[in-house]
Design a protein around this ligand. Structure first.
Ligand SMILES: *[C@@H]1O[C@H](CO)[C@@H](O)[C@H](O)[C@H]1NC(C)=O
Ligand SMILES: *[C@@H]1O[C@H](CO)[C@@H](O)[C@H](O)[C@H]1NC(C)=O
Ligand SMILES: *[C@@H]1O[C@H](CO)[C@@H](O)[C@H](O)[C@H]1NC(C)=O
Ligand SMILES: *[C@@H]1O[C@H](CO)[C@@H](O)[C@H](O)[C@H]1NC(C)=O
Ligand SMILES: *[C@@H]1O[C@H](CO)[C@@H](O)[C@H](O)[C@H]1NC(C)=O
Length: 393
């Protein structure tokens, strides 16, 4: 049946009216919004003049921040108090430092040593393994160790750090070492170390004094080595030589990751809301004249897991972060500079597990990493991990 013409034109007019109504309403809404949203013109400059920090590390960081901020850099000159180039060679002790820290002379010796060499990041490589990553590792196990710890290294090689193909994945293992100074009166173990390096081809050694405060140097040197010799490794697990790692579970976790999560992976036992400890008697004491501020979230240095891609980014950003004497805090600072934070995982137990679980095979099955274990304990626990007949529910 044909529709009468009049009806059609009435319908058209009604539709037109409705359309006009819609336009008017939305126009009004928009005008309403725009009159409410005034453009705010800042009354102050959008950057502020740097105020000289009273604390040495913070001041050094202000200097690096300005040097690396290319926008500000082209606008402003370094203020006088930051324009101190120091010795031409950053690896010569910086004898201006004692005059720049009020209580330098009363600081414990380890701080004086650290502060004098704080700008040095390069030391000669004494033992290298340029071919370690010839077969692109899925997982690179990196162990911080000290020269005399032969038995710990051997226990790791025989257990969780066994290099080769494991769970159908290529695993490589490397140990990081510094050196000793004759003034520290250590017996000479270099002959034995060179024998070990030739036998296992898994040692890296640099020529610096291997102390607790120089662990940050070890970290930075490793990142440098990694970016030159092993940049294609997919993942890195970095830990102490007294942790036990459930390599099987780590590989399991990594295999399950989505590509996007794998890229920026950084997981461990995360500590947040921490800050410098002011108790002189403790290992983690930091004097106020050196650093004031909060620590970013960081993963306990006993062991953490991250992606090779992130290691390359950490390497480049570390140039912009002043060395800090606590290595895991330093890594947290570098992550923060990248706009990232470590992810907490209950399987990483850098503070140990309850005593009653210590000898429970099934507990180890679900852990990723636990601190601390002796070489004998590693050998006794490892079979629990790899023997599938054990039934844990
Ligand atoms: C630092 O000071 C020197 C001389 O005092 C000056 O020539 C140089 O341009 C300054 N550098 C920066 C980055 O401001
Ligand atoms: C072993 O891993 C490779 C990739 O690395 C994969 O292609 C292959 O399917 C795996 N084999 C088994 C049995 O899982
Ligand atoms: C770190 O190593 C350097 C080079 O061997 C040394 O001069 C310095 O004293 C060490 N720092 C600490 C805190 O031990
Ligand atoms: C990985 O995935 C497998 C199969 O989906 C699962 O059985 C295993 O528990 C997962 N592992 C981890 C560590 O999430
Ligand atoms: C991380 O997890 C552990 C337990 O697995 C917990 O004790 C700790 O408080 C957590 N840390 C943060 C920062 O949430």
């Amino acid at each position: 049946m044909p529709v009468p013409r009049r009806k059609v034109s009435v319908l058209c007019v009604m539709l037109n009216i409705f359309f006009c109504f819609l336009v008017a309403v939305s126009w009004n809404l928009r005008r309403d919004k725009s009159t409410r949203q005034k453009i705010v013109i800042p009354s102050k400059k959008f950057w502020h003049q740097q105020v000289r920090s009273k604390y040495f590390w913070n001041r050094e960081q202000q200097r690096l921040d300005i040097i690396h901020n290319s926008i500000l850099n082209s606008l402003i000159e370094l203020p006088d108090w930051l324009n101190d180039t120091g010795p031409l060679d950053p690896c010569r002790p910086d004898y201006r430092v004692p005059t720049q820290i009020e209580d330098y002379n009363s600081l414990p010796k380890r701080f004086q040593d650290f502060l004098l060499h704080m700008r040095c990041r390069t030391y000669p490589l004494l033992i290298n393994q340029p071919h370690l990553c010839n077969e692109k590792p899925f997982l690179l196990l990196v162990v911080k160790t000290l020269i005399p710890h032969f038995d710990r290294r051997q226990a790791i090689r025989e257990t969780w750090g066994r290099a080769g193909v494991f769970a159908n994945r290529t695993v490589a293992t490397v140990f990081l070492l510094g050196n000793t100074l004759s003034l520290d009166h250590f017996p000479d173990l270099h002959g034995m170390l060179h024998h070990e390096a030739a036998l296992h081809k898994d040692l890296l050694q640099w020529d610096y004094r291997d102390t607790f405060f120089n662990l940050t140097v070890k970290e930075v040197l490793f990142l440098e080595w990694f970016s030159q010799n092993c940049p294609h490794a997919k993942f890195i697990l970095k830990g102490d030589d007294d942790v036990f790692v459930n390599t099987l579970r780590i590989i399991d976790l990594l295999t399950n990751l989505s590509d996007s999560r794998a890229k920026e992976l950084f997981i461990g036992d995360v500590i947040s809301n921490a800050g410098p400890n002011r108790n002189q008697k403790l290992k983690y004491f930091i004097p106020e004249s050196m650093f004031v501020g909060k620590y970013p979230p960081y993963a306990g240095g006993g062991g953490y897991l991250y992606s090779g891609e992130l290691a390359l980014r950490l390497h480049s950003v570390s140039q912009q972060v002043v060395l800090y004497p606590i290595d895991d805090v330093y890594t947290g600072m570098c992550l923060k500079k990248l706009g990232l934070a470590p992810e907490n995982h209950s399987g990483f137990r850098t503070f140990g597990i309850e005593e009653k679980f210590r000898n429970n095979p099934c507990v180890y099955r679900s852990l990723m990493l636990v601190h601390s274990r002796t070489p004998q304990e590693m050998l006794s626990v490892w079979p629990w991990i790899i023997h599938p007949e054990l039934n844990c529910q």
